[in-house]
Design a protein around this ligand. Structure first.
Ligand SMILES: NC(=O)c1ccc[n+]([C@@H]2O[C@H](COP(=O)([O-])OP(=O)(O)OC[C@H]3O[C@@H](n4cnc5c(N)ncnc54)[C@H](OP(=O)(O)O)[C@@H]3O)[C@@H](O)[C@H]2O)c1
Length: 264
């Protein structure tokens, strides 16, 4: 199946590692020109070189911190300046501290919403005018299943993810008529550096070893394993593609049917 991504321009936030890197690689494999952004320059440039070498395509690294409004605008503008347009925005960069309501500080709540929610808001706000001018585009939000399967010890990601879901649905409703299709992918556990940190956090909170926390996570997923970044990327690339031409406001759960209650 030709996904129709050849020559399209995509920006993947948090594209230096984990899910974002796999999505950037997947888009490049389909012939898209890809910009990736992250804070640390060295891994970002390394990822861009690696994907470009593997796929024989151009990958443009732009460093920026999406907790800063001016950086989000600069990253989007630099992509358009470099490639001349922006067809696909993948809002992927995000993290929120785990923890329960009685232990979380005001600052940790602010931190959770700053990147995972406001980072998506800022990049969407910066990208939409370019997409409107071009006559359309795609926004793919990588969110997480906490927004639809919230749990007490992951209450900040749960709240930030729920806000991202509302953002997805509202933008899909408002901009669908302008041919800007907005969709969300909600993974459960995915094997990345971030997942390793989450497992250590859960282990600490529950007073168990990281190995036991990992076993519990695996047991909570009927498929009996954790998702890979490439499995998220495959879905994201399809959603970003011309083949997903009637998909708008979709919330795609990608968690192997995870039963969160088994994590408690
Ligand atoms: N892994 C999971 O189990 C899982 C499950 C559900 C949802 N998700 C979501 O999927 C997305 C990707 O997760 P991941 O596991 O792939 O994370 P990861 O391996 O930790 O990678 C995160 C990426 O985002 C960048 N980043 C972090 N803070 C940033 C900031 N302030 N501004 C710009 N870039 C920033 C990182 O680079 P720098 O650190 O250099 O900035 C890196 O490129 C996140 O939104 C996460 O919440 C993950």
């Amino acid at each position: 199946m030709d996904l129709g991504l050849g020559g399209k321009v995509a920006l993947v936030t948090g594209g230096s590692k984990g899910i974002g890197k796999a999505v950037a690689r997947g888009l490049a494999r389909e012939g898209a020109k890809v910009a990736i952004c992250a804070r640390s320059r060295a891994p970002l440039e390394q990822a861009a070189e690696e994907i470009a070498r593997e796929m024989g395509s151009e990958v443009f690294p732009i460093s920026g911190d999406l907790t800063r409004p001016e950086d989000a605008q600069r990253v989007v503008d630099a992509t358009v300046q470099h490639f001349g347009r922006l067809d696909v925005l993948v809002n992927n960069a995000g993290s929120a501290p785990g923890g329960e309501i009685l232990n979380l500080t005001e600052e940790q709540w602010q931190q959770a919403l700053q990147l995972k929610f406001m980072g998506h808001v800022r990049c969407s706000k910066a990208a939409i005018p370019h997409m409107l001018k071009q006559g359309g585009g795609r926004i793919v939000n990588i969110i997480g299943n906490d927004g639809i399967k919230p749990v007490g010890f992951e209450i900040t990601p749960s709240a930030a993810n729920a806000a991202d879901i509302a953002l997805t649905l509202a933008l899909a409703d408002q901009y669908g008529r302008h041919n800007i299709l907005v969709n969300a992918i909600n993974p459960g556990p995915v094997e990345t550096e971030r997942w390793d940190q989450i497992v250590r956090g859960i282990a600490k909170m529950q007073g168990i070893s990281a190995e036991e926390a990992q076993r519990k996570a695996i047991r909570s997923i009927p498929l009996g394993r954790i998702c890979t970044p490439e499995e998220v990327a495959d879905v994201a690339v399809f959603v970003a593609s011309e083949r997903a031409s009637f998909m708008n406001g979709a919330l795609i759960t990608l968690d192997g049917g995870q039963r969160k209650a088994l994590l408690e």
